[in-house]
Ligand binder design. Structure first.
Ligand SMILES: Nc1nc2c(c(=O)[nH]1)N[C@H]1C(S)=C(S)[C@@H](COP(=O)(O)OP(=O)(O)OC[C@H]3O[C@@H](n4cnc5c(=O)[nH]c(N)nc54)[C@H](O)[C@@H]3O)O[C@H]1N2
Ligand SMILES: Nc1nc2c(c(=O)[nH]1)N[C@H]1C(S)=C(S)[C@@H](COP(=O)(O)OP(=O)(O)OC[C@H]3O[C@@H](n4cnc5c(=O)[nH]c(N)nc54)[C@H](O)[C@@H]3O)O[C@H]1N2
Ligand code: SF4
Ligand SMILES: [Mo]
Length: 764
């Protein structure tokens, strides 16, 4: 028996786990009390780490046409399936769907970019367009980089306004904060307040100082009402930001149309309360506005996400302690640099003409691209760590479309609702045999810290690591099907080192380093050392050899991480900053290294062409007109919203008995007023119908949802044939995305609308 420490990979909170290991099995997990960020916090999902990784239904061998196969047979089948399609129809005939857990694996952080490059297809899709794409777009316009997302400084704020987020259950998102509930309670303990705006009285709302019901999809109107008030009552105060912001007058003009009286009825919040919120935000010593799923997965998702930060900026709360701030992750640097700014629409989807955003197309149009005949029709699909049949809108249609593909390959540990359509399933090793570093979430953490967890069990010789799987796929796509994955591993390391050399004669001397981790950002590639000058070649090669000799790590991902850490903001700069971060240092610190509270980062974080925060980008002004027009629309009688439960994680944790036991959670919550109106009582079966589809589900009558709103969680519907989810199948629930509509999207980001879906209900 021994103990090992590992970051929990299941949600964005990045808690430290203490694992008990007996021989070659993890037998128990609990919170790591010495962890610098989570201090022992753990939730039920982290606590079932062992059951999740040991699930007997996990695939331990590849499947080819439903039968277990060797890894060589499986890769041969991938090659035989993909090559003819690529040769006959070109790269766009092959689509890629990337699911959420790619943000929780090192293979996702390091190997997706080379894979996408090798693919060369316009048809790249991901869970980002059923999630946070509006935030990327609004931050792209405001700050010049879609990854520059400010997070609420939870530990120092005096007043937090939270819209469309339920961190008591979700543990937070786009704000990595282990023990989010504890941090919220601490706001109250130090005399501060937090207010929740949500069409449901969530657990988070019930702990809040105030909860305001809001009609789904109307947060943009509420926020414009606040902005209007800030200007009308002369409450704006940009403080030290004022030298760094353009476009304030334009926003003032746009907000003129959104007096609180104009929006109050549509939002369901009295005008006087809207004014009150504006006054409280302006008066608080520090304040933060934070919006999440309920502000993104709605028709005006990008405008809403933008207005969240407009309020933060107008009240002077961006980039100051207690407001919203930009984290500085250990693999990134804080170098000031003029940017090219942010734009979308560099290419368009074939069928519905949606513009590309951040290199991808809206997943709401994937079924169109598969079903519609023509040149460049999608005929084959790769999915990696995704279950779009349960997680994307009108999933009934996508399910049928996947059945019609010529070829599909999935990298996934489960045979589930999506991967059952795959000709080849490639199951990666579980988290016990993977190293872990949070490329995504350390850049969103409410306090700067560093942590790396090496694998807690030795590699399993019969199963390739997920980095190897993705590398082999990338090599197959680039026409080198027989190459060893080591070829790509070496190439990526060489590229990373060349970037270090190119960043200056010696990063040691200049103190400069590349802005992004190797392989992380497509935006920051392509710079090679100044090798055209023959004089420069020899020293360059010497320097490369010197750096290569210093890199440590037992695994290709560890070596790439070592380079990123050493050249990052806190790095040892390959010796020039002794005592700075290295991989070795993180391995020697199993409870993580605290790097202190968030620090101001403006202007160095900005990448706009003007070098300023561009408060009023033209696309947002354009959407404002559409938002204003929406005020005159007839209101739907009944709309559907989602919800999350602490013991689930999207679609893939319903196969663990400890996480699924207890009362049926997949119910339709209906307010008593609506239940009366539709002759439904608690426990009845209701038929729910939308434009996209229809389902039957058990009713739970509760005043925790507001009148006119019903709620159903997503990620359920495990009763389809052909899966291997024996526990989930016993309590399957229904798939809420049968009801969500692929025809309505947030136009600026391509994000799906998953909340505020018009529905009708009646006794089944
Ligand atoms: N109606 C509605 N729909 C929603 C949402 C909503 O709020 N309402 N939320 C949306 C959001 S926020 C998200 S992020 C999406 C999620 O959408 P998806 O990412 O498509 O779905 P998940 O259920 O997260 O599926 C994750 C898959 O990854 C696999 N997996 C787990 N660990 C690993 C690993 O280490 N490697 C690999 N290769 N695979 C792994 C699991 O078996 C599972 O198949 O759903 C969205 N859908
Ligand atoms: N336990 C658990 N934890 C998770 C996940 C999970 O499935 N289960 N998923 C993970 C993922 S991928 C993500 S992205 C995060 C999401 O993290 P959160 O954003 O905190 O997720 P939700 O719990 O869905 O909270 C969204 C809230 O928005 C409300 N809402 C719906 N429509 C509107 C609206 O129009 N306006 C307002 N103001 N509110 C609205 C809903 O009622 C709901 O309470 O959670 C992560 N953590
Ligand atoms: S809150 Fe998230 S990171 Fe922490 S233990 Fe739970 S699932 Fe893991
Ligand atoms: Mo998500």
């Amino acid at each position: 028996m021994r103990t090992a420490y590992r970051t929990c990979p299941f949600c964005e909170a990045a808690c430290g786990l203490e694992l008990t290991i007996d021989g070659d099995r993890v037998t128990a997990a609990r919170g790591d009390r010495e962890h610098v960020f989570s201090h022992g916090f753990v939730c039920p999902k982290g606590a079932t780490f062992a059951q999740l990784t040991d699930d007997p239904d996990r695939l331990r061998q590849p499947l080819v046409n439903g039968r277990e196969a060797t890894w060589d047979e499986a890769f041969a089948a991938v090659r035989a399936g993909l090559r003819p399609i690529l040769e006959a129809y070109g790269p766009h005939a092959l689509a890629l769907y990337l699911g959420n857990p790619n943000t929780h694996t090192m293979s996702g952080g390091l190997y997706i970019t080379p894979l996408v490059k090798a693919l060369g297809s316009r048809n790249v899709y991901s869970a980002s367009t059923v999630d946070q794409m509006p935030k990327h777009v609004s931050c792209g316009y405001l700050f010049g980089n879609p990854l520059t997302i400010p997070v609420p400084d939870l530990d120092r704020t005096d007043f937090l306004l939270m819209l469309g987020a339920n961190p008591w259950e979700s543990n937070g998102s786009l704000a990595t904060a282990a023990d989010f509930p504890g941090r919220l309670k601490a706001i109250q303990k130090r005399g501060g307040r937090f207010v929740v705006v949500d069409p449901r009285r969530t657990v988070t709302a019930s702990h809040a100082d105030e909860h305001l019901f809001i009609r789904p999809g109307t947060d943009a109107l509420l926020l414009y009402g606040i902005v209007h008030t800030l200007f009308a009552e002369d409450l704006t105060d940009l403080g030290s930001l004022s030298a760094h912001v353009t476009g304030v007058a334009e926003v003032r003009e746009l907000a003129a149309d959104f007096a609180p009286e104009r929006v109050a009825e549509t939002c369901g919040i009295p005008a006087e309360r809207i004014r009150g919120l504006a006054r409280e935000l302006a008066a608080a010593p520090t304040a933060a506005v934070y919006g999440r799923i309920g502000t993104c997965t709605v028709e005006f998702g990008t405008v809403t996400s933008w207005l969240v930060d407009v309020v933060n900026i107008l009240t002077g709360n961006l980039d100051r302690p207690g407001g919203v701030m930009f984290p500085l992750a250990p693999h990134l640097t804080d170098e000031a640099k003029r940017g090219k700014g942010f734009r979308t629409g560099r290419w368009h989807s074939r069928v519905r003409g949606f513009g590309e955003v951040k290199g991808e197309l809206p997943v709401a149009t994937l079924a169109d691209e598969i079903e519609t005949a023509g040149d460049e029709q999608v005929r084959a699909l790769i999915t990696i760590a995704g279950n779009p049949v349960l997680s994307t809108p009108n999933s009934g249609r996508l399910d049928r479309a996947l059945a019609g593909l010529d070829f599909m390959v999935s990298v996934d540990p489960y045979l589930n609702e999506t991967t059952r359509h795959a000709d080849v399933v490639l199951p990666p090793t579980d988290a016990t045999r993977k190293g872990h570093y949070d490329f995504s979430f350390l850049a969103l953490a409410v306090r700067n810290f560093a942590a790396y967890s090496p694998p807690v069990l030795p590699p399993d010789p019969s199963t390739p690591d997920e980095c190897d799987i993705l590398a082999r796929l990338a090599l197959i796509l680039s026409g080198q099907p027989d190459a060893d994955p080591g070829l790509l591993h070496d190439h990526l390391l060489e590229q990373a080192l060349q970037r270090v050399v190119a960043a200056g004669p010696s990063p040691a001397a200049s103190g400069r380093s590349p802005a992004v981790a190797p392989g992380l950002s497509a935006a920051d590639t392509g710079s090679s050392p100044a090798a055209s000058d023959p004089e420069a070649v020899a020293p360059t090669r010497r320097r490369l050899d010197d750096l290569r000799a210093q890199v440590t790590g037992d695994h290709p991902a560890e070596r790439l991480l070592d380079v990123a850490l050493r050249t990052g903001a806190y790095g040892d700069r390959f010796g020039a900053n002794p005592g700075g971060l290295t991989l070795r240092k993180l391995i020697d610190s199993p409870h993580g290294i605290d790097l202190g509270p968030l620090q101001p980062r403006i202007p160095s974080a900005l990448r706009t062409p003007s070098g300023k925060i561009e408060l009023c980008a033209p696309p947002l002004a354009g959407e404002t007109a559409r938002l204003l027009a929406s005020l005159d629309r007839r209101r739907d009688d009944l709309v559907l919203v989602g919800r999350r439960h602490l013991r689930s994680n999207n679609s893939w944790m319903h196969n663990v008995p400890a996480l699924i036991k207890g009362r049926d959670r997949c119910t339709l919550q209906v307010n008593p007023v609506d239940a009366d109106r539709t002759a439904l009582t608690d426990g009845d079966s209701a038929q729910v119908t939308s434009r996209a589809g229809s389902l039957v589900v058990r009713v739970e009558v509760t005043d925790r949802v507001m009148p006119g709103v019903v709620s159903l969680p997503h990620g359920w519907g495990h009763d389809v044939p052909g899966t291997r989810l024996s526990v989930a199948a016993t309590n399957p629930g229904v798939n809420s995305n049968v009801l969500t509509d692929e025809l309505v999207i947030d136009p600026l980001s391509g994000n799906s609308v998953l909340n505020g879906i018009p529905v009708e209900i009646k006794p089944a």
